[in-house]
Design a protein around this ligand. Structure first.
Ligand code: NAD
Ligand code: TYD
Length: 377
């Protein structure tokens, strides 16, 4: 079936993997990538598919309702996969207003534009879908009841190195929202608006909440690419607090595969949590990154450990995130394709092989931001 799919934020990290997957897999779909190209948007992430006949890029800002109205109508959009957002917690602490504007007002503008267009059609909402990509951070923070780790109760392919869990609780689709950072508060608010458009107007919506992603094309303000690059350049590795916070890591291509599956087979008005039962304490993850980068660069084992620098903790730093993704696994049959060892090896390898991609980013706006941020640490 021919379809016109709007992917917002397709020039960012996860969005670029979603766009690539859809453009290559669905030759009968037109994929329209709508992105404002903020500091985080980079068309170099999509060089390999930009000339494909089923791909179109549109530069636009999701907060501009008139533009959103024009675009959904002009491209006769029948499905939306909404990823565009401000996504970095540290930036949200410095500038919460930008997060409210983009993540809340931007999502609302897109919802409203889709509503008006779809309701104007004879078939109305039939065959339409508004799929909103959200985060596990909306659920708040879990306790670190087992700081040394206990055997993980559920394992999947994503997990293996230690198969540890650092607490007994996990985020379920039914877990009450309890966001703490301006970032997670803005995402929580946008999730509520999406559900409200279903409950009030009958829009066919879906929301998914995913754990931390890692992999190629991630902007180097986030932990994994930042640390890989700093090790390469012999720069300090700023570990917030004692490095005891726990995150649940998923390879980005596995997230993109989940998005594909849920976009096509997920139940309307439903929510799915996406994660690989792959919890890591920051400091342990950092040691794995150091080991891998040193090995691939031909440095002696432990060479870059000296770069670890404990710095002032992030304000309101959530202690532990851990997703229970058994609903997605049992209802739709998704499972991660990669074990963490393979994923991290692939990722480090990619950043070392694509230094030019990294250097181009770091020479620009980000460099100034980075200097400003660490001046205070
Ligand atoms: P990212 O910061 O790498 O990319 C965001 C993209 O959105 C960029 O291309 C940027 O230019 C674009 N954008 C920002 N403001 C815009 C605006 N006003 N109009 C149009 N485009 C705009 O983010 P990411 O890590 O790829 O995350 C994508 C989505 O997935 C976000 O909604 C995020 O909340 C969610 N998410 C991310 C993670 C993660 O670990 N990165 C985990 C779960 C959920
Ligand atoms: P990040 O990649 O910013 O993702 P999120 O905050 O959305 O989970 O950070 C991952 C973890 O790493 C988080 O606990 C904060 C920590 N961190 C550091 O210790 N140092 C850093 O320089 C960064 C960017 C993050």
């Amino acid at each position: 079936m021919k379809r016109n799919i709007l992917v917002t934020g397709g020039a960012g990290f996860i969005g670029s993997h979603v766009v690539r997957l859809f453009v290559n897999k669905y030759l009968n779909y037109n994929i329209i990538n709508l992105d404002k190209l903020t500091y985080a948007g980079n068309l170099a992430n999509l060089r390999d598919i930009e000339d494909k006949p089923n791909y179109t890029f549109v530069k636009a800002d999701i907060t501009e309702l008139y533009e959103m109205r024009r675009i959904v109508k002009e491209y006769k959009i029948d499905g939306i996969i909404h990823l565009a957002a401000e996504s970095h917690v540290d930036r949200s602490i410095k500038d919460p207003f930008t997060f409210a504007r983009t993540n809340v007002m931007g999502t609302l503008a897109l919802l409203q534009a889709a509503k008006e267009y779809w309701e104007s059609l004879p078939e109305k909402y039939e065959g339409k879908r508004f799929y909103h990509i959200s985060t596990d951070e909306v659920y708040g923070a879990l306790e670190l009841t087992h700081p040394e780790g206990v055997p993980a109760p559920f394992t999947t392919k994503a997990s293996s190195m230690d198969d540890m869990a650092y607490g007994t609780e996990f985020f379920l689709e039914t877990t009450k929202y309890n966001p703490h950072s301006p970032y997670s508060a803005s995402k929580a608010s946008s999730d509520h608006f999406v559900r409200a458009y279903h409950d009030t107007y009958g829009m066919p919506t879906i929301v998914t909440n995913c754990s931390n992603n890692y992999g190629p094309f991630q902007f180097p303000e986030k932990l994994i690419p930042l640390f890989i690059n700093n090790i390469r350049q012999g720069k300090p590795l700023p570990v917030y607090g004692k490095g005891e916070n726990v995150r649940d890591w998923l390879f980005v291509e596995d997230h993109a595969r989940a998005i594909d599956l849920i976009f096509h087979e997920g139940k309307i008005a439903d929510t799915y949590n996406i994660g690989g039962f792959n919890e890591w304490k920051n400091i342990d993850l950092i040691r794995v990154i150091i080991k891998t980068v040193d090995r691939l660069l031909g440095n002696p084992d432990g060479h870059s450990e000296k770069l670890i620098t404990f710095v002032t903790d992030r304000l309101g730093h959530d202690m532990r995130y851990a997703i229970d993704s058994r609903k997605l696994q049992s209802e739709l049959g998704w499972e991660p394709s990669l074990q963490f060892e393979e994923g991290i090896e692939k990722t480090v390898h990619w950043y070392l092989e694509n230094q030019k991609w990294m250097d181009n980013i770091i020479s620009g706006e980000y460099e100034r931001y980075y200097e400003e941020m660490y001046k205070n640490k």
